[in-house]
Each structure stands twice: as C-alpha cells, then as structure tokens.
Design a protein around this ligand. Structure first.
Ligand code: ADP
Ligand code: MG
Length: 554
C-alpha cells in the first residue's frame, strides 16, 4: 500500500539571549510560518507538516507521535527508517540520542522493540545490531575500530549490505545500550575536534529483526517456515547548513570542497522522488554511500519518518528555510511498504535453526537463564564466523583484482620500455650518423649505460612548462557537477594531474612535439641529443618502476 513519508519539524529552545529584531517563527498546530515582529505573516513562508514540535516538546512526545509506529511496524516485518535532518546545532543528536532525563529516539526504539517482542508469544525473534559512521564518504564500523573504509556490496540473497560490518546478536535492551555506548567511545577515539567531525558525518544505527512462527506442532509447516526479516535504520545526519545555502539541486562547483557528498546526493534523491513517479527511473541512489545504504528507506519498501530540526534564532532564518524546503519535498514522497517474508537462507534465523535446536536439546534440563545465555553466545559465535568468512572472501577477491592490475601494469611497462628503447636506438643511430666523430661508441651503449647529465632534468621540466599553464582545478564534465565532496574533489584533482604526467611520458607524443626535421641544421645536434637524453632518463625511470613492480609482485 502506497503511503507518504511521515515528516515532522522540531524547533529547539533558543540558545541566544537576543530577542528577534525583524522576524520570528510561529508555530500553530502542524504549521510553522515566518512572521514579522508585530504579527503579520510573511507570505510564501508558511509550511505544514505531519507534526510541528515546539521548543517545549520532549523526546518522549516526538517518539510517541512520529516514530513509534515505524518501530512497531519493524517488529511486524516492515522495514523502517527514522532520520534527523537539519543544520548543525539544531538538535539532531539531541533528538536521536537524547539526554539522561529524556532519552532519545534510539533508546526508546530499542526499549520498545524488546518490550513488544516479549508480548508476542507465538513467534521467536532474532535481533542483531550494527552501528556505522559515514565520514568523508568512507564507512567506518563503530562497533569495531579496525573495520574501516568498508565497501558496500549487493547480492541476490542479502540485497545491499555493508561488507565486513560487525553485527552483534542481542537479546535485551541493556545489551544494546551498552554496545551503543562503546560505539560512541570508538567515535571519539583519537578525534581532536569531535564537533567538526560529528557535523560532517552521518551515523546509522541498524537493527535487523528476524522472526518466525513458533512451531506449535500442528503440522502447519508452511506458515512457520517463512521468516520475516526487517531492517530498522536510525540515522543522525551530518549538518545540512551548506546544502541549504545553495539549494539542494544546484550546488555550485567552486563550493564543492565544503560540501558533504552524501548529504547533497540525499537532497538530489529527495528532489527526484518528490517529482513523482515519472522520474523514478533515474534516482541517483548510487551516487553516495548514504543513499545507497538507505535506498529501500527512500522511495521503496519501508516505512519512513523524517524529523527536521531547526534553530529558532533570527541568524539562522536562511538555514531554517532551507530545512523546511527539504522537509516539504520529503513530504511528497510515497513509499510502498510490505512485510518481508522470505524462505531462503538469507535469514540468519534459518541458517542457525538446526544448530540452535541441537543446542537446545543438549541443554535441556538446565535453567532457562543459562540456556538463554548459552544460546546467545552460540549465535554470536556463529555470526562472527560467518562475517569472518565473508571478510576473507572479500579480501581474496580484492587480492585477485589487484594482482590482475599489477600484471597489467607490468605488461604496460614492458610495452613502454620496448617503445622507448626502439626510439632511443633509432635516435642513437641517426645521431651517430650525424656526428660519428664525436661519439662513435654511443650506438652500442645506448640504453645500458645512459648518462645522467644535469641538463637532462632541466630540459624535461622545460618541456612540461606548456602544461603548467593549465588551470589547477579539474575541468569536470557536467555529470560530475554533483560530486563534490572534499575528498572526492581532492582525489579527482590528483587523478587529473597524474593523467597529465602519463600523457607527457607517452613516447609517441614526444616525437610528434619534437620532430627532428623541424630543427635547423645548426642546433639540431644539440637539441637532438637533449631529446635523446630525455628519452634515456625516462627509460631509466620506467625500468626502475618495472623492477619495483616486480619486487612488489613477488
Ligand atoms: P546537532 O546534532 O543538530 O548538531 P545538538 O543535538 O547537538 O545539535 O544540539 C545542540 C545543542 O542544543 C545541544 O547542547 C543540545 O543539548 C541542545 N538542544 C537541542 N535540542 C534541544 C531540545 N529540544 N531541548 C533542549 N536542548 C536541546
Ligand atoms: Mg549532532
């Protein structure tokens, strides 16, 4: 059944003492509008949402009204996602993590899930959790610091998943809270500027809820064989401030350095989705890690709620407008959630079923508490074993790939050497024809003993000078205009420069740019020798590189 994404706005209490001098945000029911100081609303700046929470609203109320349904549906087998969007210091983390007195959405959700499954007596549940951070377009595991830069994979069985991410099977809320706390510590570890990092990174807490009907012995196997699997994502997004400034659609390239790619792509995805069904075929989920991971939550099979946090202060009016515009677009998205029932081995519950049954039988007679602990331990061991195997498979694949690449590089170098040496020997032959008396031995010495004259380097640099006039930013094709994360930008620039270098060392180009017949007879010999010298130096370098590659390979 198609249903709209649930969108709410939350205004945090004012931090500054200053009273507004020109405008303020007024909240009436589910509407928020910008007003002139003495009461009149400013036209065009009034927005309605599913809920608008004012500064006095507690996390408990936000949870009850906005998120609870999503969480309960997740226990029943529907995918669910709740995320907080807004500028830095508008209250995203406060909403998701909460305070001691007023726990946030994550804690409440975790408690709620376990409370709810306690009440369901005809199904057995298996719950596992993971916690990750996307920082500079890299996925890091917050449960295991050693798991960094994890790749996203897709398989028929598992759908889209973060490979190598630690998952922990849990059977009570306290366990999850402890894990989350350790995750926070990992996040802080080694970070000097935690605030800057948290405003630029996204954190995703994920629960996978599997359940299966308990076999009542009635012989009705078909119903107890199907396993429900749902994924619940609770997401604290990076600060949206820079996106809002330029509008989610048209971020300018020169500001690319400061823009968080995932967040920008999220804006683009929401834009496209809000444009209706026609354009759904071209949703750029793959353009960022965040949107790829949340793909089903955005315009797919999931129940989704978004809480957009805003700051009430007048200095933030522009950012707030940006957030409200994002929220308005998100409100137009429809999702189509359905219970995920599967029969394949993709369900961990299914894969673990036999072993668990076996253990249960063995432990029969021991106290139920011990039994529970033993089973949990076994389940986690089995899961770890699976994840370990998956990681090894990945590494093996990676190793195979890079091995292939190395081989290719060696072949390329070989080709280069052949090209260069034929050039050098051609050159030597013709130059020795021109100046037999000067260097009669050059011919046989050509590239076994290249001489290193000081001038050769200078000449090489001089030849490059026409390239150094190029602008020092990459001429990006249009399709790249959306890709402007700091690191991506950096890599792209580097990539460009590296390409330039390889262009210049292509022997064919050298010959073209320095044709011997263009040179006047007087200086031809000198120039030509210089050129030859250059080639020899390059050849030397290439041979060195090749040897290095071969050493690396063995
Ligand atoms: P963000 O995660 O969006 O950068 P934070 O959640 O860290 O912002 O909030 C910034 C500050 O404002 C924090 O000190 C937080 O405790 C406080 N704050 C935010 N929202 C509320 C709220 N609804 N009630 C009380 N304090 C809040
Ligand atoms: Mg925060």
């Amino acid at each position: 059944m198609a249903e709209k994404i649930c969108v709410a706005v939350r205004v945090r209490p004012s931090i500054s003492e200053e009273s507004p001098s020109g405008t303020f945000w007024k909240i009436e029911d589910n509407r928020i509008s910008l007003h002139k100081l003495h009461g009149t609303p400013i036209s065009g700046l009034s927005y309605a949402f599913d809920h608008v929470f004012d500064e006095s609203c507690s996390n408990s109320k936000v949870y009850e009204l906005l998120t609870k349904d999503v969480i309960h549906a997740a226990v029943d087998g529907f995918n669910g996602t709740a995320f907080a969007y807004g500028q830095t210091s508008s209250g995203k983390t406060y909403t998701m993590n909460g305070s001691l007195n007023d726990p946030g959405i994550i804690h409440r959700a975790v408690n709620d899930v376990f409370q709810k499954i306690q009440m369901i007596s005809d199904r057995e549940f298996l719950i596992r959790v993971s916690y990750m951070e996307i920082y500079n377009e890299e996925i890091n595991d917050l449960f295991a610091v050693e798991n960094q830069k994890l790749p996203i994979h897709e398989s028929l069985e598992r759908g889209i998943f973060v490979a190598g991410l630690r998952e922990e099977i849990v059977n009570n809320a306290e366990q999850v809270i402890k894990l989350l706390e350790s995750g926070e510590v990992n996040r802080h570890f080694g970070e000097t500027n935690m605030n800057a990092r948290s405003s630029r990174s996204h954190t995703i807490f994920r629960m996978v809820i599997e359940s299966k009907g308990i076999d009542t012995g009635s012989g009705d196997y078909s119903s107890s064989d199907a396993i429900r699997v749902s994924i619940l994502n609770l997401v604290d997004l990076a600060g949206s401030e820079r996106i809002a400034k330029t509008g989610a659609g048209g971020v300018r390239l020169k500001e690319g350095k400061y823009i968080n790619k995932s967040l920008m792509v999220l804006g683009n995805v929401i834009n496209k989705l809000s444009n209706g069904a026609k354009q759904r075929a071209h949703i750029p989920y793959r353009d960022s890690k965040l949107t790829r991971i949340l793909q089903t939550a955005l315009g797919g099979n999931a129940k989704t709620s978004i809480i957009c946090t805003v700051a009430p202060e007048e200095v933030h009016v522009e950012e707030t407008k940006g957030t409200l515009q994002f929220a308005s677009r998100a409100k137009r998205i429809t999702n189509c959630a359905q219970v995920n029932e599967i029969l394949t081995d993709a369900a961990l519950l299914k894969r673990q079923q036999l072993e668990i049954e076996d253990l249960r039988r063995k432990l029969q007679g021991s106290r139920s508490e011990v039994l529970e602990q033993e089973i949990l331990k076994l389940r986690n061991d089995m899961l770890k074993y699976e994840l370990e195997r998956e990681k090894l498979e990945m590494e093996l694949e990676e190793e195979r790939r890079s091995h292939k690449e190395r081989e290719q590089r060696i072949r390329d170098q070989q080709l280069k050497i052949e090209n260069l040496s034929s050039l050098v020997s051609d050159g030597d032959r013709s130059s020795s024809q021109d100046s037999m008396k000067e260097s009669p031995k050059d011919e046989c010495n050509d590239f076994k003993t290249p001489c290193f004259k000081e001038t050769s380097n200078n000449a090489f640099v001089a030849k490059r000078s026409n390239y150094s006039e190029l602008p020092d930013f990459s001429p990006l094709p249009d399709s790249f205009s959306n890709v402007a994360d700091e690191d991506t930008w950096f890599k792209m620039n580097k990539g460009y420069i590296a390409d330039l270098d390889s262009l210049q060392t292509t022997p064919a180009r050298k010959v073209q740019s320095f044709p011997p017949q263009d040179i006047t007879p007087d200086c031809s010999n000198d120039n030509y020798k210089l050129e030859l010298q250059n080639l020899k130096t390059q050849l030397e370098l290439v041979i060195k590189e090749k040897v290095e590659l071969q050493v690396e390979k063995t």
